[in-house]
Every structure is written in structure tokens, then in C-alpha cells.
Design a binder for this molecule. Structure first.
Ligand SMILES: [Zn+2]
Length: 294
């Protein structure tokens, strides 16, 4: 690799004397790197009509696969048709904790049937607990438990959304593991401190970092990101939300997952290629996907 890099740089510096070796190296490594953005919502209106250019940019950034999350079962067909266009897309089906008012007596059956209907479904979710401004905590817990049961039955991982609810979530999951057995899954867009992170690692979960880990004021999140075992680490954008620095405040998109990977690499003082390789291997293991060039 180093030799190849040297040769390419030798060639490039004759044609483009202003391009630095670092820039060249970065571009070459990107060609070899494969990233998985483990959480996107590219079915949202903000992306309508832009999906082809979005794909071009995620390919340029080395994003080889994407996991599309789902906030309500109604989205299923729309996500399916996006996956028809982009073979590098796998997806989830589930009901978000902020939408649990929609839960009805047949919703569990609906989610289970949809999940079983398409081989590209690789997870149940997103589910979880969101207690920020919530007055329906009991309902959220019930709906989470129902979705854990579906995931367990279909042997799929759960995508967990957790906001202002880590202690309760730990309690609910620990109780479920004891009564029903464990479920595999990921804490998506994770914003917990070291202690909270350890709770979910102990439950067997993967920890996925989003643009939040690049924010200046996210010191606790950054500390925790340093100590997650390398075989449990994932990266995501959660686009269109929470764009990483230097795009903070703008519409997030899958190509920006590279900035999350770069920040994780810097925090852990690990080469970017290694973070890419580890997080991609982890995503393939958790979601049971295989990349074309592997
Ligand atoms: Zn999401």
C-alpha cells in the first residue's frame, strides 16, 4: 500500500504540483476505504429529487452500504422503492418512540409481516425510549417490549433510539433479557457518557456514533467514544439530522459519515482506514450484510 501510494504520488505531483502528499494520500485511501452509514432517513422530503447526486457523493466518500431506518410502518413501501434503486441499501421496519400514539392492536403483526416479507430487511426499528418532553413513558415501554419480541422471533437486531432515558432503558432491557432472553442491537446516534455506555455494552449492544461526536461541546460523548471496544463500534449520519462539523446546522447526508469516521479515528488515535475497516466489519456482522468487494 505504501509503495503504491508513493508511485501514485510521484505521478500526480508532476501533473498537479500544488497537490500535497497528504491530499493525495487521503484521496487514495478513500478509494480503498469502505464505510457503512448505519442509520439514514433518505426517504424524507428534503432529499426528494436529489437521490442520484446523493448517491454520487456517498460513493465518492467511500460509503459502500447504508442501513435505512424507519420511524413508522407506513414508510415501508417508500423505503422499499428507494432500495430498488440503490442495491447498497438495506432497511429496517418499526415504530419510533415519539410516534407510539399510532400503536394499535395489530401493529406488532404488521411490523412482523413486513419484516418477513423482504430479505433486505435487516433490523427492527427504530424503537426505544425518548423521555425528552414525554408524557407517555409507559406506552413507550410497552411498544419497545413488543418490538423486542418481534426482533427476537425473527432473529434480527433492534435499532434503539434513546434520549433522556438511559437509566430506564437499561432497566427495561435488563428485565427483558432476564425474562425472555437477550436481543442483539445497536444504540443509534449515541450520546451517553462512559457509565451509560458501559450499561449497553454489558447488554451486548453495539454503539453507533453520529455527527454529535464531532461537536465541540460533546466532551462526554467523545470520552465514551474512546473506550468502546473496537468490535462494538459503528458509525452513522442519522441524516438529514445532526450534520457533523464542518457542516453543522446544514442538511446532513450519507457522504458526511466520513467526517464521523475521521473524528473517531482522531479521538482513538487510530488510522482512519482501520476505523473504516473495523466499523464496516461490525456493521456486516450485526446486520448480516455482505459488501460486494469483500
Ligand atoms: Zn433515526
Amino acid at each position: 500500500m505504501q509503495r503504491l501510494l508513493f508511485h501514485v504520488w510521484e505521478i500526480i505531483k508532476f501533473s498537479y504540483p500544488n497537490v500535497s502528499r497528504t491530499q493525495t494520500s487521503k484521496a487514495i485511501h478513500q478509494v480503498y476505504m469502505q464505510l457503512v452509514d448505519t442509520h439514514v432517513h433518505i426517504n424524507f422530503d428534503v432529499f426528494q429529487g436529489n437521490l442520484d447526486s446523493l448517491q454520487q457523493r456517498w460513493q465518492e466518500a467511500g460509503v459502500a452500504h447504508l442501513i435505512h431506518s424507519c420511524v413508522e410502518p407506513k414508510e415501508f413501501q417508500g423505503i422499499q422503492s428507494i432500495a430498488d434503486r440503490f442495491p447498497e441499501l438495506s432497511f429496517a421496519v418499526g415504530l419510533h418512540p415519539l410516534d407510539v400514539a399510532q400503536w394499535q392492536s395489530d401493529t406488532a403483526r404488521e411490523i412482523e409481516a413486513l419484516a418477513a416479507s423482504d430479505r433486505r430487511v435487516v433490523a427492527i426499528g427504530e424503537t426505544g425510549l425518548d423521555f425528552y418532553k414525554a408524557d407517555n413513558q409507559e406506552q413507550q415501554i410497552l411498544v419497545l417490549q413488543q418490538q423486542l419480541k418481534i426482533a427476537q422471533k425473527l432473529n434480527l437486531p433492534v435499532i434503539i433510539h434513546c434520549r433522556n432515558a438511559a437509566a430506564k432503558l437499561n432497566e427495561v432491557l435488563t428485565d427483558f433479557w432476564q425474562r425472555e432472553g437477550s436481543v442483539k442491537g445497536v444504540m443509534h446516534c449515541w450520546g451517553g457518557n462512559e457509565t451509560e455506555t458501559q450499561w449497553f455494552l454489558d447488554l451486548g449492544f453495539y454503539i453507533s456514533y453520529s455527527g454529535i461526536v464531532t461537536f465541540k461541546n460533546a466532551k462526554q460523548v467523545q470520552m465514551a467514544a474512546k473506550v468502546v471496544p473496537s468490535d462494538r463500534l459503528l458509525i452513522e449520519t442519522d441524516c438529514p439530522f445532526l450534520a457533523p462539523v464542518p457542516f453543522r446546522g446544514k442538511t446532513n447526508e450519507p457522504s458526511y459519515v466520513l467526517h464521523v469516521a475521521e473524528q473517531i479515528a482522531q479521538l482513538r488515535q487510530t488510522p482512519l482506514e482501520q476505523i473504516a475497516q473495523q466499523t464496516t466489519a461490525n456493521a456486516c456482522r450485526l446486520f448480516g450484510i455482505q459488501l460486494k468487494n469483500q
